[in-house]
Design a binder for this molecule. Structure first.
Ligand SMILES: [Zn+2]
Length: 259
């Protein structure tokens, strides 16, 4: 037995569940990706057994297979496929398919959109457009950064104070939807209050192109970040929808007029 196998066996004895769950996850991924699942939320899902001889039925998150665990690999596989379908539909701006069998068609649509947008070239930079967002509760955001530096632990986005950001969209991305380049802004404290709670602004100098940004809105217990898209063209800025961003990427150039 290698040292690694020995450690694994020891870990298994100490904490059987923590080893079993990823294992089940892996089997669920196999089930989900091999086309063994059919059906819909309304009619229930049928999952072919690994031997191929019978089908198990998953309905409202409950499976009729002999596995006693509350979430067997069949339930997990169905959950994964539904989430994947939602994800793809969101990217394509359509409703998720009713039946799992329709996922491959959606996948093909996304792939062809990726190909169509591959030729996008951001417009020539030219004159820059000055754009600013308030860093609402910059004091809290700085506290987070200091604490992360001190502890070496990066907080999950859900509990970190949001900061304003601007990213230029350069195309579609299989993983993150949009291929983006985050741009460094310049902080301006001239209008800030003593504690930097309000009035700290961040400014960017933006060339013509498509952008995604996050503005920060005051809320309790911590501010919230709202994302939006916009386009800079002819020294002016216009908010646009996700759909319009994709339309611009398809056209091949963010500078062509859309009106
Ligand atoms: Zn099952």
């Amino acid at each position: 037995m290698s040292e690694q196998e020995g450690m694994l066996a020891q870990a298994r004895l100490m904490s059987p569940e923590s080893i079993r769950i990823p294992d089940r996850m892996e089997r669920a991924i196999q089930v989900a990706s091999s086309g063994m699942v059919t059906g819909s939320e309304k009619d229930g899902f049928l999952v072919q057994s690994s031997s191929g001889h019978r089908h198990y039925r998953v309905s409202r998150g409950v499976c009729n297979c002999p596995d006693q665990s509350p979430r067997c690999k069949h339930v997990l596989a169905v959950e994964m496929l539904l989430r994947y379908a939602d994800h793809l539909a969101q990217r394509l701006g359509c409703d998720p398919p009713k039946r799992v069998e329709d996922i491959p068609a959606l996948e093909a649509e996304w792939e062809s959109l990726l190909r169509e947008c591959a030729g996008y070239k951001p417009p020539q930079p030219g004159m820059l457009f000055g754009f600013g967002l308030e860093a609402v509760r910059d004091d809290m955001a700085q506290d987070d950064i200091d604490r992360e530096k001190y502890t070496g632990v990066r907080y999950p986005a859900a509990i970190r104070t949001p900061i304003p950001w601007v990213a230029q969209i350069l195309g579609l991305c299989p993983q993150y939807e949009f291929r983006r380049q985050f741009l460094r802004g310049k902080k301006d404290y001239r209008k800030a209050d003593k504690r930097f709670r309000r009035g700290v602004w961040v400014y960017w100098q933006l060339p013509a192109g498509l952008y995604e940004a996050q503005e920060v809105e005051l809320a309790y217990p911590r501010p919230v970040g709202n994302r939006f898209f916009f386009r800079v063209e002819n020294q002016s800025i216009r908010r646009i929808s996700r759909k319009e961003v994709i339309a611009c990427l398809r056209q091949g150039s963010g500078s062509s007029s859309h009106s």
